[in-house]
Write a protein that binds this ligand. Structure first.
Ligand SMILES: *Cc1c(COP(=O)(O)O)cnc(C)c1O
Length: 469
């Protein structure tokens, strides 16, 4: 498969290069040049496969010819061997025709493990083929950083540098990052906000000599491979409910629009998905768009579901590009205007097409807490503050006969304070994390200063490369 940019001015790349590059040089996002489509009999042939094999079959059209099925299958088996549920992405019924698909059985208890565990192995495979090394650098408000560090902890080819805002992540999240102590893992606690961290990462990428010296690369959710690795669980759920003979709908707690875009992609590949529901917290730009064609950036407000505290949903550009029938000029114009003015002018016809498929709902913190309590009292099911928003949206937009599957994106134990406040229950950490609060931590505290950060990174990363050579 070859990949093109949504802005039309970046080189066409193969899968491996898209993986290593992340963002396109024209500021756009990469998408496959054509969408692979599965026929009804091809969907049927996937029924009942173990998850790693299903994942490899769904992704092979995206990775070939760089990576073939056999290799991908081996990597998927390895990536998902660290999950603590044999079904990897199990389904639970919580009401009539309402189901939860749990995506949080990976090592760091959030759905980001599903893509990042595989991404790290793909990076290693490609870098080994090329005999190269790379440094993954990223800013995190919690979940992405821990999932990236965990995924790369035994990598042979990658160094990882993660910037987090000092004192502003939850303790579970910080410890998941800082207790992975290895020469190729560098944790920077930045004396600033998440936005400062993100600006620093952008500045380091813009510093070309530094970028080349360290072979910087990114694993944030604009990396196409992350989307591709999220398609299989939608397929798995739909097949369980009788696809391609029966339709299903999905509901997804949404921030950067990466997870729900994978559901859209599954539909584009021919999976019969009837409806997609977006759940937001008070940072409700996507709900305002779907409900009123109002995509206006507002101040980010902190909420009980921090991984959705986002005002610019980067992956929305991919959907927009498709809804514009891949018109790169229109897409570039709309996105440039959005960045400059804080307001997106989406043509009426495009908006109508979006609302035919998507519904959206947002909950504030008080509603989120009340819904966690209500669900727990009715069913005994503990949903974390992200997952509950998807569940409520799914219930709200459910149509009688069509199964609604709400994606649960984090384990309740990742947000113990919110769960305890809502239900009085203290959710305990799974066995493999039981001693998390007793593990040794290591991180460097750094000021918001590009030069000091560069020197800390150089020391750490050179050390790793020396040990390798
Ligand atoms: C990242 C994250 C989300 C948002 O996913 P997007 O792909 O950014 O829409 C939702 N819930 C949890 C727990 C997350 O970590």
């Amino acid at each position: 498969m070859r990949y093109i940019s949504t802005r039309g001015k970046a080189p066409v790349l193969t899968f491996s290069d898209v993986l290593l590059t992340g963002l396109a040089v024209d500021g756009g996002l990469y998408l496959p040049e054509t969408w692979p489509e599965f026929s009804p009999s091809e969907w049927k042939s996937l029924r009942g496969l173990p998850y790693p094999e299903l994942a490899a079959r769904i992704m092979t059209p995206f990775t070939e010819p760089d990576i073939h099925f056999e290799t991908l299958h081996t990597l998927c088996k390895k990536a998902y061997s660290f999950f603590d549920h044999p079904a990897i992405v199990p389904l639970t019924q919580i009401d009539h025709a309402l189901f939860v698909q749990e995506l949080f059985h990976g090592p760091t208890l959030a759905f980001k493990d599903i893509a990042l565990q595989l991404l790290a192995l793909l990076f290693d495979d490609i870098l080994t083929q090329r005999d190269e090394y790379a440094t993954i650098i990223g800013a995190t408000s919690g979940d992405t950083g821990s999932a990236a560090i965990e995924a790369c902890r035994s990598s042979e080819r990658l160094s990882v540098v993660i910037l987090h805002p000092k004192g502003r992540t939850s303790e579970v999240q910080r410890r998941q990052m800082t207790t992975v102590i290895a020469p190729h893992i560098t944790n920077l606690a930045v004396e600033g906000t998440f936005d400062d961290c993100q600006d620093l990462v952008k500045a380091l990428f813009a510093d070309l000599p530094f970028r080349q010296e360290l072979h910087l690369s990114a694993v944030n959710s604009i990396n196409w491979t992350r989307i591709a690795a999220q398609i299989p669980y939608y397929v798995q759920a739909a097949l369980t409910f009788g696809a391609p003979d029966r339709e299903v709908s999905f509901s997804v707690p949404t921030g950067n629009f990466g997870n729900i875009l994978a559901a859209w992609a599954a539909r584009r590949m021919g999976l019969p998905i009837q409806h997609l529901c977006i759940g937001s917290n008070r940072n409700d730009i996507l709900s305002r768009f779907i409900n009123a064609n109002d995509m206006t950036i507002q101040e980010v407000v902190p909420s009980l579901s921090p991984s959705m505290d986002i005002q610019i949903s980067s992956n929305f550009e991919r959907l927009l590009f498709e809804l514009l029938h891949r018109d790169v000029t229109a897409c570039t114009e709309i996105m440039t205007h959005f960045r400059a003015s804080g307001h997106m002018n989406v043509p009426q016809a495009v908006w109508q097409e979006a609302t035919a498929l998507f519904s959206a709902l947002s909950l504030d913190d008080a509603q989120t807490e009340a819904e966690i309590r209500h669900l727990y009292q009715k069913t005994g099911y503990l949903a974390d503050p992200h997952s509950i928003i998807g569940i409520v949206a799914g219930r709200r937009f459910q149509q009688q006969s069509i199964p609604m599957i709400a994606e649960a994106t984090a384990h309740p134990a990742k947000f113990p304070d919110a769960i305890r406040a809502a239900t009085g229950v203290h959710p305990s950490l799974p066995h493999h994390l039981a001693d998390l609060f007793h593990r040794q931590e290591r991180y460097h505290t750094v000021p918001v200063c590009q030069e000091s950060i560069k020197s800390v990174i150089r020391t750490g990363v050179q050390h790793k490369n020396k040990t390798i050579k």
